[in-house]
Design a protein around this ligand. Structure first.
Ligand SMILES: Nc1ncnc2c1ncn2[C@@H]1O[C@H](COP(=O)(O)OP(=O)(O)OP(=O)(O)O)[C@@H](O)[C@H]1O
Length: 501
């Protein structure tokens, strides 16, 4: 019997892929009005659990109930049972208006036929926006909105789909803040809390523990497809969460940047302009780690593409090791020793249908050819070794990229750039979607790159990370460098203040 007070009650759910158990008798109980964090390392089973709740996967065993009613498995039409999932990638059409995008998910065809219905729908949304305290114009194009507004619209769309159908609601937010800066993330977290306050059960999946501690009431931590811990958030701390995730303690969470010894300038940008950057002057020395941040839309997100030949500069100049460079294509930048780890790895960083090995060795393929033939065994051995170093899980380089969890895809893309020994290494949101333990490993490797003499640029909205690993951080406002904060003055508060200036 399910206790009626649970908004969502998952009991002993088991899921297997080709005989491999990915969820092993997982139970999750979310109360109405509660924000419940679902945590775990990359690949621990969080997304698989969500996919079982939305009918994408059919579990081998277990039960699922919402507000006391048991659901038939596989779940068909989760919306009818009050379950909505908000994914990180909202899938909105930028050229369409807010209303068109919101309507498209419910009754697009009908809306085209009935102007009266459009007015009713608009009024419904206006009321919903008012209740949630959102100020987003319904007739603005999605392309004109901030990232935080778009993230919130994704939540609202899910809410509206459920509105008429069901009394009790279960919201699952899958990394809603992963692509947002600190200030924008706070807005989305506040919205999540307001939704919980209406009596919904909210499940929050995220890797930024700071957000988890600020916004969640309870947490369930998965480890290797099993529940390692469940309980109130105030009985946990950063170290304990990671301990439950890993089954072991991590002592020093963030690595320190290396000592800087009077080293020469590797990367020098003078008044560089292009895309959303109007003027960037920057010098990065050998072994130095320079962070770049800003509120979304302030230009810092464009800098990796500008420095790595994807956006052609329209003004200013760029030097690497004293030689002036004009990159017309990313390949020019790679040849000049510039490596770039992109933020959107699925769009820019990998070939989803290819295997992890193919993705890794792509830039090095000529090395594995002899007399016109690919030395397959040497290539496979190389890939196995490199991917073992980044602790790819599962440790099978022959699986397609699409079948790895998000964090493990990031490890492959990271290894792909790291192996080229870049002279200038630009890492853009390096730990986005990556669990805290793997994130720790990736940051250690970034610091190691600098220790070996590379000039490292970290473009990130994650201020905690910038404070820990950078020698100094540059803050962009309106496409220009607005402030520079040296290591001795670096703090999250100082960065937030500089960003919101
Ligand atoms: N369609 C699939 N076929 C085979 N194995 C899969 C499939 N989907 C997921 N897996 C495996 O199931 C395990 C759990 O993956 P899942 O995506 O649920 O992890 P996660 O906790 O959401 O990770 P992340 O934090 O990186 O998103 C992983 O080992 C993954 O490789």
């Amino acid at each position: 019997m399910t206790a009626p007070e649970a908004a969502l009650d998952v009991s002993r759910l088991t899921m297997r892929f080709d005989g491999v158990t990915v969820l092993d008798e997982v139970s999750l109980r979310v109360r109405p009005g509660e924000v419940h964090a679902l945590l775990g390392l990359n690949g621990s089973g969080k997304s698989t659990l969500v996919k079982c709740l939305t009918g994408v996967h059919t579990p081998a065993a277990g039960t699922v109930s919402t507000f006391g009613r048991e659901l038939d498995l596989p779940v068909r039409d989760p919306g009818a049972h009050g379950i909505a999932v908000v994914h990180q990638d909202a899938g909105f059409v930028p050229g369409m208006t807010v209303l068109e995008n919101l309507g498209a998910s419910t009754s697009y065809g009908a809306r085209l036929l009935g102007p009266v219905r459009v007015a009713a729908e608009a009024a419904g949304y206006e009321e919903l926006f008012r209740q949630l305290g959102l100020h987003v114009p319904l007739h603005a194009k999605v392309a004109e909105l901030s990232a935080a507004d778009i993230a919130m619209l994704a939540v609202v769309r899910a809410l509206h789909v459920l509105e008429a159908e069901h009394g009790g609601r279960v919201f699952i937010l899958d990394e809603p803040t992963a692509t947002l800066g600190r200030a924008e993330a706070e807005v989305v977290l506040a919205l999540m809390r307001r939704i919980a306050a209406t009596g919904a059960g909210v499940v929050f999946i995220g890797h930024r523990l700071k957000e988890v501690f600020a916004a969640c009431d309870r947490a369930t931590i998965l480890r290797g497809g099993r529940v390692a811990h469940t309980g109130p958030i105030d009985e946990l701390d950063h170290g304990l969460v990671v301990q439950h995730m890993l089954g072991a303690r991590v002592a020093n969470f963030f690595p320190d940047p290396p000592e800087l010894a009077g080293s020469g300038v590797v990367l020098r940008a003078r008044e560089l302009g292009g895309g959303a950057v109007s003027r960037l002057s920057l010098e990065v020395r050998e072994g130095e780690i320079v962070g770049i941040t800003g509120l979304l839309g302030m230009g810092h997100e464009t800098i990796p593409a500008l420095l790595a030949g994807e956006i052609a500069p329209v003004s200013g100049s760029l030097e690497i090791d004293g030689a002036e460079r004009r990159f017309r294509h990313p390949a020019d930048a790679i040849r000049a020793g510039v490596g770039r780890l992109p933020a959107d790895r699925l769009r820019d960083g990998c070939w989803a249908e290819g295997t992890a090995r193919e993705n890794l060795t792509l830039p090095l393929l000529p090395r594995f050819f002899r007399a016109g033939r690919l030395r397959g065994r040497a290539e496979a051995e190389y890939a196995r070794e490199r991917l073992r170093e980044v602790r790819l899980h599962p440790a099978d380089p022959e699986r397609t990229m699409a079948s790895f969890s998000g964090g493990n895809q990031q490890k492959v893309v990271f290894a792909k750039w790291d192996q080229l020994d870049p002279r200038v290494f630009i890492v853009h949101e390096p730990t986005q979607g990556v669990d805290p333990a793997a994130g720790h490993e990736l940051l250690e490797r970034v610091v190691e790159r600098a220790r070996n003499g590379a000039a490292v640029v970290v473009v990130s909205g994650d201020h905690e990370q910038l404070v820990e690993i950078c020698h100094r951080v540059i803050v962009m406002v309106d496409g220009e460098v607005d402030a520079e904060i040296l290591r001795e003055d670096l703090s999250e508060e100082a960065l937030l203040l500089a960003c919101s200036n």
